[in-house]
Design a protein around this ligand. Structure first.
Ligand code: SAH
Length: 476
């Protein structure tokens, strides 16, 4: 870029133009749009120039430019249609320290005048470094056709209203107000005249101020196990309406995609809120966004009430006096058990099911191992990958049968779902050897349904009478 485009404030500034013919006229028509102090030096000025001088739009001096005439001038235009005279004018301009433009002489000019689309105060300047004036004209014509003539008055009225609009908080609220004006209320009102536009602006501002005063709120929403089709309708609606979505790392991109286009997405970091974002920071972020009047969706994988640190967040939101509600979701255990065609409870087998976490704040979590070791018990173990060996050891120690079926489901409900069917005795090293890198749920006491007819598309190629001790990896 040889020429750097800037918008120069010419109001009250002295601008000198030498020349009185067609070339001078063309430049003067442009310069008359500015608020500059225009002085024209011409021994034979065109009648239009005489007329402008008579109307007080410019000062006319009926002689060629002389030394001293360009003193204090910001810009000097040489438009005499005579190369030698233009060069003399340029020298005078330079001596006075002004920026000089020799019309149609790019090489000897300090600056060039772009092609202009004028919707004052909106001005589009088009430059091609002199390379393609035809192109500049074509672009100008295109923009002239595309930008409505009302843009100028809309922007002028809008500019005068800026101060009033500062009553709205800086940022998205204010931006929303201005887009509603320029792309809705403004163009609609302009047909009825400028007063109507001003009235529309007042109304719009009142509306936005009222909306702004509306308190923020928080929806704790379950995103389910990953498949967007496993979202509840309520979750979808909440995502549609959200201003801010604060989500866990486990929430899939396909689901985040469903958030309102304008919504701000905030990642709350690690699964299980690991060290990267502290729970306090997450609580503070939720409260801060809601206090700013936003509709916050706190999006948690699965069901927010299952190993979701929900209570801590509710307490923080409650303490700040902010409204909240919980939108349940499908928890990983439900998705995992569905994928192997089993039930979490079954008459005659287990009348209770436990949801366990593999580790808690203190490390590997202790549970009622003796109770779990009894025949027919079923447990869904969350966050259990790292603690599998610990769980296995504890259960065997408390007398659980080595052949108790255990199924590990990685990425339940997602396209990359994997099912590992194993037994308590084989859980490790099977799990480690499988090298899972997605979220995994361990179903203790359940094997994939032997009668695969029940869910043929969920589990493939599983032997129909799975021996309890057999370790099989079944990919979906
Ligand atoms: N609130 C979530 C659980 C959060 S704890 C829920 O209700 O599902 C995170 C643990 O959930 C992971 O370590 C994993 O054990 C389990 N999990 C979450 N999504 C999963 C998925 N798609 N497949 C398997 N396990 C999943």
């Amino acid at each position: 870029m040889q020429h750097f485009p800037i918008f120069l404030d010419l109001s009250g500034q002295r601008v000198v133009l030498a020349g009185g013919g067609e070339t001078a006229l063309a430049k003067l028509r442009l310069l008359l749009k500015t608020e500059a102090n225009l002085a024209v030096y011409a021994d034979r000025p065109a009648p239009e120039i005489e007329a402008w001088a008579a109307e007080g739009k410019l000062t006319l001096v009926r002689r060629p430019l002389a030394h001293g005439d360009a003193i204090c001038a910001r810009l000097v235009y040489a438009a005499t249609d005579d190369a030698a005279e233009d060069a003399r004018v340029a020298a005078i301009g330079h001596a006075a320290g002004a920026l000089v433009n020799i019309v149609d002489n790019l090489f000897d000019s300090d600056f060039i005048t772009p092609a202009i689309v004028d919707r004052d105060p909106v001005t589009v300047a088009i430059g091609t470094e002199g390379a393609a004036p035809v192109l500049a004209r074509a672009i100008k014509a295109d923009l002239e056709a595309r930008l409505p003539a009302t843009l100028g008055p809309l922007a002028r009225i809008g500019k005068a209203f800026r101060h009033a609009a500062d009553a709205l908080p800086f940022g998205r609220k204010r931006r929303d107000f201005w887009s509603a004006y320029y792309f809705g209320a403004g163009p609609r009102a302009i047909e009825a005249g400028e007063d109507a536009v001003r009235a529309a602006l007042e109304n719009l501002l009142a509306e936005h101020l009222a909306a702004d005063a509306a308190p923020g709120r928080v929806d704790f929403v379950g995103a389910g196990p990953g498949d967007p089709e496993l979202l509840t309708l309520k979750a979808r609606k909440a995502l549609d309406a959200a201003d801010v979505v604060i989500h866990d790392r486990l929430v899939t991109p396909e689901i985040l995609e469903l958030a309102r286009r304008e919504a701000v997405l905030v990642s709350a970091g690690k699964e299980g809120f690991g060290p990267s974002v502290s729970q306090d920071d997450i609580n503070a972020a939720i409260v801060a966004h809601a206090r700013a009047g936003h509709h916050v969706v706190r999006l948690k994988s699965g069901d927010p009430t299952v190993f979701g640190r929900l209570d801590e967040e509710i307490e923080a939101v409650d303490a700040a006096g902010i409204d909240w509600r919980v939108v349940p979701g499908i928890t990983a255990a439900s998705a995992a058990v569905a994928s192997i065609g089993q039930s979490l409870t079954r008459r005659g087998r287990n009348s209770a099911v436990r949801l366990l976490t593999g580790h808690d704040l203190a490390g590997f979590a202790e549970h009622d191992w003796a109770g779990l070791a009894r025949d027919g018990e079923v447990a869904a173990i969350y966050m259990g990958k790292r603690s599998a060996r610990f769980v296995q050891g504890r259960l065997l120690m408390h007398g659980a049968a080595a052949a108790t079926p255990v199924t590990v489901i990685e990425n339940a409900s997602r396209p990359d779902q994997r099912v590992l069917a194993t037994t308590l005795a084989q859980l490790e090293p099977t799990l480690t050897e499988a090298g899972l890198d997605g979220p995994a749920l361990i179903l203790y006491g359940l094997a994939p349904r032997a009668a695969l007819a029940a869910a043929p598309d969920l589990v493939a190629d599983l032997p129909s009478d799975l021996p309890a001790a057999l370790t099989t990896e079944i990919a979906r």
